[in-house]
Design a protein around this ligand. Structure first.
Ligand SMILES: Nc1ncnc2c1ncn2[C@@H]1O[C@H](COP(=O)(O)OP(=O)(O)OP(=O)(O)O)[C@@H](O)[C@H]1O
Length: 263
């Protein structure tokens, strides 16, 4: 397995609390990883540190790029912003898209911010929207789309740049259960078909069950990892995590759709 993102001894404090407590974590290229745990356990803080949105107080985060490993924790702000735009994509519950823009403009913007001209950006964006089931809706503003369709726009935007890692925080949190399943299908299959790595924070056991690997946080520490490759400190019986899902089955399920989402 090729490590793409590697964190060592990641620590983040807030006044009165420790959000991450010496976390070691490695994401391998092409994996889909669910980050689960109770409210306040540090899931979003971990995701934001790994994505270069938050700086840890201590510890290192390394992104393996084709040219050289890059240390996110020591990168200057401008370089970190550029790395986020080029290497990472984001699907959050809400807030990443601009309601005054059309679907195609929202997706194209990610490419234009990286220096691609408008015509090429909009053409690539339209291809992505079509691949994710939104053909014919390119010119709609977000208010003219359903919640599930808006999340498809977000999924297209997260990947149109060729981002190698996609970070999602409760991507289906605002959706009803049927729409959640559809959006999750689109997210997992498009990421798998394009060889991306997916890290998804979720409270939803159904979302976690669909990922190849499940990592559980409690009190800012990783207490279970279905990959078994990360050091898991011994927990007292009351805190032992429930068994987590079979990675091979989940991977097999995701592979059925490979190809359909290749853009
Ligand atoms: N900006 C902040 N200022 C102060 N404390 C914070 C801040 N952000 C997070 N925390 C604290 O850090 C801890 C971890 O928060 P985090 O949001 O990472 O947890 P979470 O597992 O994602 O929670 P949830 O599932 O409720 O979103 C919590 O105790 C939280 O109160």
């Amino acid at each position: 397995m090729n490590a793409i993102l590697h964190a060592q001894q990641l620590t983040k404090h807030y006044p009165g609390s420790i959000a991450l407590d010496h976390v070691d974590f490695t994401a391998n290229a092409g994996e889909s990883i669910a980050i689960i745990g109770p409210s306040g356990s540090g899931k979003t803080t971990l995701l934001h540190c790994l994505a270069g949105i938050l700086r840890p107080d201590a510890g290192s985060i390394t992104l393996n790029t084709p040219s050289a490993p890059l240390r996110l924790d020591t990168l200057a702000d401008a370089a970190l912003s550029r790395l986020r735009r080029e290497e990472f994509g984001f699907v959050f519950q809400q807030g990443m898209l601009l309601p005054e823009l059309t679907a195609v403009e929202n997706v194209a913007l990610a490419l234009m911010l990286n220096g691609t001209d408008r015509a090429t950006s909009e053409s690539r964006a339209a291809e992505w929207l079509a691949a994710l089931g939104l053909a014919g809706m390119e010119q709609r503003r977000l208010g003219e789309l359903s919640g599930g369709q808006v999340q498809r726009v977000a999924i297209a935007r997260a990947q149109v740049t060729g981002a190698r890692v996609v970070f999602a925080d409760e991507p289906t949190g605002a959706l009803d259960s049927a729409t959640s399943t559809e959006v999750l299908d689109v997210l997992l299959h498009s990421v798998a078909a394009n060889g991306r790595t997916l890290l998804v924070v979720t409270h939803d056991p159904q979302v976690a069950a669909r990922c190849q690997r499940v990592v559980e946080l409690r009190d800012g520490r990783i207490v279970a990892d279905s990959a078994g490759g990360v050091h898991v400190p011994a927990a007292p019986p009351a805190q032992t995590a429930a068994p987590i899902h079979n990675a091979a089955d989940n991977a097999a399920a995701g592979n059925n759709f490979k190809g359909a989402f290749n853009v």
